[in-house]
Design a protein. Structure first.
Length: 393
């Protein structure tokens, strides 16, 4: 009887060790993004992940194909920053199935949510000859900017398993339409639409990915099922656009555009998704792309400890200010570094400057003669390479 109890107890403990509690992500866990973020596509090489409770998704053995870059730009225009906007991102809004225009989404990061709350549209002009047969026909969109009374809610903080949020945002774009056959010459028009977004956290677990230096660490993730679409209406001279004109362009009043259905895998430490899967419909059955972020992926502790790499630091002793390090077998081009003196004080730090395997450190001319340590740090500011050198003036 004692033996049976012991086995059952060990099985119970084992199940506890295997299970995990879903993380909770707060605003402080998602710093404002800025710059370029790179993604690769795994859809043609591996099956897309399916949301699970307490799931494990391991894609460490397969490297994806280059697919896209997301860009976030710091907003500086007071008309936007005075309203809390932090960054803007380029986008595209459809007018018809073959015609659309470029927009900039103005995004606010605050303690309770990430909101697409304003929009900026630059001057644009498009010829309509391919659609109407007359090369003098055109669509022009003037410079304009809007603040939405009800913003699009991208994320609501805090969120964890079973969290959900939604938003319905009313928007509009002014345009001028010239169609000679319809007796329209720069006719003032408006595309108005409701942008609907629904998000629900439907899973959680751990995910790791491929890096050039081996498997990444396992990241705790939450899986967001996100659906978005727009309902469009079109007006000319302040009245609903004639059906005969809309039909000529292949559109209808109340049409649904901008359909976007995806699973988004969020982690702490980055607003940019760790991974995601886009689907052709809201049934989430036919994936069209399986993307993952390749920036700043941390290696697993086991991989870091076992990975073989060599370093050579030169010149040592150093008489000038140009210190070099050759690193073979480990990519540290995206890492940071510190220089500390013999008392452990940081005297210089920054981002690694790399040309292939060769790293360069432009040291301050104020360094006095003595012994120093250069450390290459990972994303958690832990030293993965440490070398000592002597400055000799």
């Amino acid at each position: 009887m004692k033996r049976i109890f012991t086995i059952c107890f060990l099985m119970f403990i084992g199940s506890l060790l295997h299970s995990q509690t879903p993380i909770t992500i707060n605003a402080s866990d998602m710093p404002v993004p800025e710059g370029l973020y790179n993604f690769k596509n795994l859809l043609n090489l591996a099956p897309a992940p399916v949301p699970q409770k307490n799931g494990t998704w391991d894609y460490s053995q397969t490297e994806g194909e280059d697919t896209l870059v997301l860009a976030y730009y710091k907003e500086t225009l007071p008309v936007f920053t005075d309203e809390g906007v932090d960054v803007y991102q380029s986008g595209f809004k459809a007018l018809t199935q073959t015609l659309g225009y470029n927009v900039f989404y103005e995004i606010d990061f605050n303690d309770t949510a990430v909101l697409d709350k304003m929009m900026y549209i630059d001057n644009q002009a498009y010829g309509l000859g391919a659609l109407t047969g007359n090369n003098k026909d055109s669509l022009t969109i003037p410079l304009q900017g809007w603040q939405w009374g009800s913003p699009r809610k991208i994320i609501q903080f805090p969120f964890t398993d079973n969290s959900s949020w939604q938003s319905v945002s009313y928007r509009k774009t002014n345009f001028n339409l010239t169609v000679t056959a319809a007796a329209l010459n720069k006719a003032p028009g408006v595309q108005s639409y409701y942008l609907v977004r629904l998000d629900t956290i439907v899973g959680y677990g751990k995910m790791r990915l491929h890096t050039p230096n081996g498997p990444s660490k396992y990241y705790d993730v939450l899986v967001d099922q996100s659906s978005q679409f727009a309902i469009d209406s079109f007006f000319l001279f302040g009245q609903p656009a004639p059906a005969v004109l809309l039909n000529a362009f292949g559109i209808t009043q109340g049409q649904v555009t901008g359909v976007d259905n995806r699973y988004i895998f969020y982690r702490k430490g980055s607003y940019v998704p760790l991974a995601g899967v886009n689907y052709a419909a809201d049934t989430f059955t036919t994936p069209t792309i399986f993307f993952y972020n390749t920036d700043d992926l941390l290696l697993s502790d086991e991989n870091v400890n076992q990975q073989a790499f060599t370093t050579v630091l030169f010149p040592n002793p150093l008489k000038g200010t140009q210190l070099k390090m050759m690193v073979k077998g480990l990519d540290v081009s995206q890492n940071t570094y510190t220089i500390t003196d013999f008392l452990g004080r940081i005297v210089q730090s920054g981002k690694v400057q790399a040309n292939g395997e060769l790293l360069s450190f432009d040291l301050s001319a104020n360094l006095t003669s003595g012994q120093y340590i250069v450390s290459i740090l990972d994303g958690l500011n832990q030293a993965i390479i440490t070398e000592s050198f002597i400055v000799s003036h």
